[in-house]
Design a protein around this ligand. Structure first.
Ligand code: 2DT
Length: 213
């Protein structure tokens, strides 16, 4: 059996196209885990509060222009600046629910035509590997019908179609896929079941690992 000291929080990542419902599902999952007495925090990438995050935010708002590789590396740097805090939270037993992570980095940059291996390799190697990646699946057309795309750089149907293709190439058998077009409560229920199993495994001492496993 595993020692109590190996017990840790789980690193849970939610991915999907814009308007797939990730952000509402993250907040529902957060309150449900809090209610059942878990130590849990909700994070998101990009984290727009850091210095790097402010550069990213200005790029997304079309207030600045950056070379495709430069912005890719800034998104990655934005995860690196949070890595040690992430590790200490997990080791101290806090589960992290993360809205977008390295997979968004690869999916969105490769949708612009950057080579997928280039996107994955150097910048992301050594970041903490999620214990669980949940993909909320919706077609780009259905996501667009939900309306509410803001005016940010990537929020356009044609681009989202390319992102969807990139996610398809990127995902592997370990990802859990949930149909994001189901009623919001059904998505929430499926998500909670998958996450609870993962939280349990991590609580029992599953070792932390790094990208790309
Ligand atoms: P939000 O709308 O979720 O704030 O995301 N993105 C995100 C990237 O291109 N690379 C990354 O590494 C990450 C984390 C996805 C803002 C946009 O930023 C994109 C949508």
């Amino acid at each position: 059996g595993s020692k109590k000291s190996d017990s840790r929080g789980a690193l849970i990542v939610l991915e999907g196209l814009d308007r797939c419902g990730k952000t509402s599902q993250c907040s529902r999952l957060l309150s449900s885990l809090e209610k059942s007495g878990h130590a849990v925090e909700s994070w998101r990438f990009p984290d727009r509060n850091t210095g790097v995050g402010k550069m990213i935010s200005s790029y997304l708002a079309n207030d600045s222009h950056l070379d495709d590789r430069a912005i890719h590396l800034l998104f990655s740097a934005n995860r690196w600046e949070k890595r040690s805090l992430m590790e200490s939270k997990l080791r101290s037993g806090t589960t992290l629910i993360v809205d977008r992570y390295s997979f968004s980095g690869v999916a969105f940059s490769s949708a612009k035509g950057l080579d997928m291996e280039w996107c994955k390799v150097a910048p992301e190697i050594g970041l903490l590997a999620p214990d669980l990646v949940v993909y909320l699946e919706i077609s780009p057309e259905q996501a667009a019908e939900r309306g509410g795309y803001g005016g940010e750089r990537y929020e356009k149907l044609e681009f989202q179609k390319r992102v969807a293709e990139s996610y398809k190439t990127l995902r592997d058998a370990t990802w859990k896929i949930i149909d994001a077009t189901l009623p919001i409560e059904d998505v929430e229920k499926q998500l909670r079941e998958i996450v609870m199993e993962c939280v349990l495994t991590c609580g029992e001492g599953k070792p932390l690992s790094e990208l790309w496993p």
